[in-house]
Design a protein around this ligand. Structure first.
Ligand SMILES: O=C(O)CCC(=O)c1ccccc1C(=O)O
Ligand SMILES: [Mg+2]
Length: 380
């Protein structure tokens, strides 16, 4: 494949309601939509970086800069025979995984559309439908949290993940168990809000039979997580600490976690996500697909990767209406039964862009061609 043109569009969309984590509050999302053109086909993907470098070091600004200055010229200058080539072509550029992932994921979509197959098939997925869970931010009160949990349980979500932070941890978990019982598949995500000094509190959480606790300790740690895992019975799941297959190997060898959350953006693309999936499968480490408050294009890529067999725990791959009043894809992402999303059978991600919605929220548009790598920026 020869990529002839790369288009970037930035949109700003309001979330239905603010999403609060231990690192900050999000009320709207800036999303960069990538379109790659080759021989009449268009491959698409959306960025997952946030507005601030509080989850990882990337932002909407850094990904745009790295794409424009370094990654897009590489895509335009090289013949790509398989999407796996892209991570090799990008490998000398350190980190910037979310910038790499959005372009690489668009190449995967383009490749599968060119071959008239679904992205799930191209990736080697086997599930025809996937179980999905939901991630719930830090709420204003325990009553409010219990109401929200009740609503999502009614909608049939198969895993309830709640965000925790110091001062909002044992109490909300205990309240959920008391009201909804121990059959609810419940987990907590701390987004690195604790240290080993909080060991007593983390041990207390053991009582509530959580299916896992996600990233309790530092974003760049695997040593202390191993020490913690040795002292608690709840499985630790790593999110922020895992950027690559090598990170996953080291964490598993050290015993830092028993489960891994795979996010395509955090690990630099679908090829890396698949490699981590395969490695975890060989080590009997279950994985699940995390989310970054994606709109429909990102959701579609997540659904495709979550169709691989070792994605055995429901992911944060909720339907479009979890975060959005209107989505950027047609059709919107919906459940076919409560808590179940069908893996699309159509070519590529199996969804098309909703141009009307994109135009409504468009803030910036740039196109890069093979001849001139400078591009022309148009601020709308
Ligand atoms: O529903 C989703 O997209 C997942 C939401 C979520 O938990 C999250 C959202 C933004 C940044 C980090 C995280 C996380 O998984 O830690
Ligand atoms: Mg997380």
């Amino acid at each position: 494949m020869k990529i002839e043109r790369v288009e970037l569009q930035e949109i700003l969309m309001p979330l239905k309601s603010p999403f609060v984590t231990s690192f900050g509050t999000q009320e709207k999302k800036v999303i960069t939509i990538v379109r790659l053109h080759s021989e009449g086909k268009v491959g698409i993907a959306e960025s997952v970086a946030l507005a601030f470098p509080f989850y990882n070091e990337e932002t909407n600004g850094t990904i745009w800069n790295i794409m424009e200055e370094f990654l897009i010229p590489i895509l335009l200058e090289n013949e790509i025979s398989h999407p796996d080539d892209v991570s090799s072509l990008f490998s000398h550029i350190r980190r910037n995984n979310m910038a790499k992932a959005v372009l690489e994921s668009a190449v995967w979509d383009l490749y599968s559309r060119t071959n008239n197959q679904s992205l799930s098939t191209a990736l080697g997925g086997s599930f025809k439908e996937i179980d999905v869970g939901v991630s719930i931010g830090i709420e204003s009160s325990i009553e409010q949290l219990l109401t929200v949990v009740g609503q999502f349980l009614n909608e049939g979500y198969k895993k309830i993940k709640v965000k925790i932070k110091p001062g909002w941890d044992v109490e909300p978990i205990k309240a959920i168990r008391e009201k909804y019982g121990y059959d609810v598949p419940l987990m907590a995500d701390a987004n690195s809000a604790y240290t080993l000094q909080d060991i007593d509190l983390l041990k207390e959480l053991d009582r509530y039979k959580l299916i896992m606790i996600e990233q309790p300790l530092a974003h760049d740690d695997i040593i202390d997580h191993a020490k913690l895992q040795a002292q608690i019975s709840t499985s630790i799941c790593l999110d922020e600490s895992i950027h690559s297959l090598e990170d996953a190997r080291k964490a598993i060898e050290l015993g830092s976690c028993k489960i891994i959350n795979i996010k395509v953006g955090r690990v630099g693309g679908l090829t890396a996500a698949k490699q981590i999936h395969d490695y975890c499968a060989s080590k009997n480490i279950p994985v699940w697909c995390g989310g970054m408050l994606e709109a429909g294009v990102g959701r579609a890529h997540n659904i495709a990767i979550a169709s691989l067999h070792n994605f055995s725990i429901p992911g944060d791959t909720s339907a479009s209406n979890r975060y959005w009043n209107e989505d950027i894809v047609l059709p919107e992402v919906t459940t076919i039964r409560p808590g179940v999303i069908e893996v699309p059978k159509g070519d590529g991600i199996g969804f098309e862009l909703n141009e009307q919605v994109i135009r409504k929220y468009l803030t910036k548009e740039v196109s890069f061609g093979a001849k001139s790598q400078l591009g022309e920026e148009e601020v709308v």
